[in-house]
Design a binder for this molecule. Structure first.
Ligand SMILES: Cc1ncc(C[n+]2csc(CCOP(=O)(O)OP(=O)(O)O)c2C)c(N)n1
Ligand SMILES: [Mg+2]
Length: 431
């Protein structure tokens, strides 16, 4: 119970008050992002990967940027990728956007209950997946479907999971979009925010304890850094110098709470690293080349036993949080277009065009090809059923897959459920 206010207060002391963060713009407000500090591309230094974390705390407070306003790749972080690799990164971002677009619409058509887009943040997962080794273990949040897309996981399999249909390998036991693909080094997504952080650090520690060569990479949103799990993971990673790349995707929003509620008014998210003695980088998350370079640098540190790196990807969530969200209720509609770091796909496309390795016609044709690839995958997935067309899995499979050997009380519950269903006459009980 709250304590009653005191009757008598000292007259010689100021009254205490709390600071409650408030976002700059609310629905209907004109948006002006000029206060967002954007250092020029190429300005941040690039320390040697063997440098001590304490030697470059400044990199946690700036922005590593490679693509400049003239679409050139500049500065010490330029990863100098071949045009072929640049085109592959671009294509995978386009594939991801096409996938998101199609599945978002599928939810609106009632074919699934839930979907989450990565609109505007495509570079974060896609460029990182290109910079990591296929063998490295990824611990994603729900917004890194780009990892699976780059690792060429079948789109049909992802859709089967979204539809919880007969071909869903997870048998409808996970919320749509909470994929799990061990063969692609993609750890099961958890709806409980930030559990993947200590799991990733633990996996990385195990890899090192076994004398293996594989590293881990993990992602969470900026809002999720407020979870205790984030901080426990940072402590373990710092103490044991775990071979892990820790990514914080600062897309400014955590459903309807803005980044200020996770601490963004006082400092950067990359600055969390400084307090733990971890290497920290703050990166332009809409610059695929900067994301690639930072990930490659952090991965090299991890591979050479220099320990963990925390990378803040400064970006913007251009869409609602999920299909269950309506951002027009809490933020200005002008924000996504006013975001000063632009669109990651356009920026990489403009770079390729500028260096003479791409053109608008090829880009338009690629858009069509990727949309067609996704459409064909959707058709194949829907042949296995969509959510809402009744049960796709045998009812008694509900209890499978938790324990190696089912305990007696679950066997009893299963038998009771089946008996009740048989008595109800509902069709699936007879399966
Ligand atoms: C432990 C826990 N708390 C709250 C939620 C509800 N929830 C789901 S997503 C979300 C916002 C997370 O925001 P952020 O970490 O910034 O990631 P983003 O969605 O922006 O990618 C919240 C509060 C949850 N799933 N788990
Ligand atoms: Mg967020």
């Amino acid at each position: 119970m709250a304590e009653e206010p005191r009757d008598e207060l000292p007259t010689n002391l100021p009254r205490l008050s709390l600071h409650v963060p408030e976002p700059k713009f609310r629905p209907g407000d004109a948006v002006d992002f000029t206060a967002v500090d954007i250092p020029p591309a190429g300005a941040a230094r690039r320390p040697d990967t063997a440098a001590l974390a304490a030697d470059f705390p400044d990199l946690a407070y700036t922005l590593v940027r490679v693509l400049d306003d003239d679409h050139q790749a500049v500065g010490p972080w330029n990863p100098r990728l071949s045009p072929d690799v640049l085109r592959r990164i671009l294509r995978n971002m386009v594939r991801l956007r096409a996938f998101d677009d199609r599945m978002f619409r599928a939810q609106r058509q009632g074919k699934t209950s839930f979907y989450m887009k990565a609109l505007g943040e495509e570079a974060v997962a896609v460029a990182a997946a290109h910079a990591l080794d296929y063998e490295d273990m990824c611990f994603p949040s729900y917004r890194q479907q780009g990892l699976l897309i780059v690792r060429d996981w079948p789109l049909v399999d992802m859709m089967n999971q979204i539809y919880s249909n007969t071909a869903d390998r997870l048998q409808g036991k996970q919320l749509p979009i909470m994929y799990s693909a061990r063969e692609a080094g993609f750890f099961s997504i958890s709806g409980n925010l930030t559990t993947q952080y200590p799991q990733a650090v633990g996996w990385a520690m195990a890899s090192a304890a076994k004398g293996d060569t594989r590293i881990a990479a993990v992602w969470c949103g900026e809002g999720s850094t407020a979870e205790g799990d984030f901080h426990n993971a940072c402590t373990f990673a710092a103490v044991y110098r775990a071979p892990v790349v820790m990514n914080v995707v600062n897309n400014q929003w955590a459903i309807s709470s803005f980044s200020g509620f996770a601490g963004a008014e006082s400092t950067t998210f990359a600055a969390r690293a400084v307090g733990y003695g971890i290497a920290g980088l703050r990166v332009d998350g809409n610059d695929a080349l900067a994301v690639y370079a930072a990930t490659q640098w952090a991965a090299e540190r991890a591979r050479t036993n220099q320990g963990p790196t925390l990378i803040e990807h400064f970006t913007y969530r251009a869409e609602g949080h999920s299909t269950s969200d309506d951002p027009s209720q809490y933020r200005s509609a002008g924000e996504p277009t006013a975001w000063p770091l632009g669109d990651p796909i356009c920026r990489l496309k403009d770079h390729l065009v500028t260096i003479g390795e791409w053109d608008e016609e090829r880009h338009a044709a690629q858009d069509k090809e990727c949309a067609e690839e996704v459409r064909a995958a959707q058709k194949a997935a829907e042949a296995n059923g969509i959510l809402g067309h009744g049960l796709h899995q045998p009812l008694d499979s509900l209890f499978d897959g938790v324990f190696e050997e089912m305990p007696w009380h679950l066997r009893e519950q299963r038998a009771q459920m089946m008996a009740e269903e048989a008595a109800s006459g509902r069709p699936w009980a007879r399966k």
